[in-house]
Ligand binder design. Structure first.
Ligand code: SF4
Length: 213
């Protein structure tokens, strides 16, 4: 990214952070991935259990491994070798963990979080349950408004995720959403957080580089 594009991206991150704060969320902008990793490790110092919301961003940052090394109990429902029943049990524990870490599919410039889920464990824990919630989001997830966010998710994120997870959806084969009726459809819950849920300590960490899908 050249310096002029970087300047514009930084202004958009600052605008999103200010709007998130206005909407009651905590919000901070981090210059790069190392800075946000340090902050999350600091956040987790007094957390016995850390839940993960199935986020490529968090995996890309190496946070599950870093937190395990730091002695935290990490609740990762996508861990290899789990039976379907064990996966659901981990998701239930995430709902009452000390610190829930998640990405988000989109952040709007007017300070809203937009997600599309299949199961609902991620958006459930984002809204209520964990003692603290921290959302880590790369600059590539900034969108103008909720409509733009849903469009981005259906166009760029869900097809790539369906392909990555080897689901039998039309988009996993063609890369295009057709608002399918597939049993494997992953777009089942459209979740918009317009303001911070009143009982949830939720902060958004905006990172000035692309992360995740
Ligand atoms: S609605 Fe179906 S086709 Fe469209 S992105 Fe979601 S899973 Fe893919």
């Amino acid at each position: 990214m050249n310096e002029h594009a970087r300047w514009g991206a930084d202004r958009r991150l600052e605008a999103a952070a200010a709007a998130l704060e206005k909407n009651g969320f905590g919000a901070r902008v981090f210059p790069d991935r190392d800075a946000v990793i340090d902050q999350v490790l600091e956040d987790a110092r007094d957390a016995d259990t850390v839940g993960f919301g199935g986020s490529l961003t968090l995996v890309e940052l190496g946070l599950p491994d870093r937190l395990r090394e730091a002695g935290r109990t990490c609740l990762v429902h996508g861990a290899p070798g789990l039976t379907p029943e064990e996966r659901v049990a981990v998701m239930r524990r995430q709902l009452t963990c000390d610190l829930f870490l998640s990405g988000t599919n989109a952040v709007t410039l007017d300070g809203k979080l937009v997600n599309i889920d299949a199961t609902g464990n991620r958006v459930g824990a984002l809204a209520f349950g964990p003692k603290r919630v921290r959302v880590v989001v790369g600059a590539n997830k900034l969108v103008d408004d909720v409509e733009d966010g849903v469009r981005r998710i259906k166009r760029d994120v869900a097809p790539a995720n369906a392909h990555r997870l080897d689901f039998a959806t039309p988009c996993a084969a063609t890369g295009r959403c057709v608002d399918c009726h597939s049993p494997d459809r992953i777009c089942r819950i459209v979740h918009v957080m317009e303001r911070r849920p009143r009982l949830t300590d939720l902060a958004v960490y905006l990172v000035a580089e692309p992360l995740g899908l």
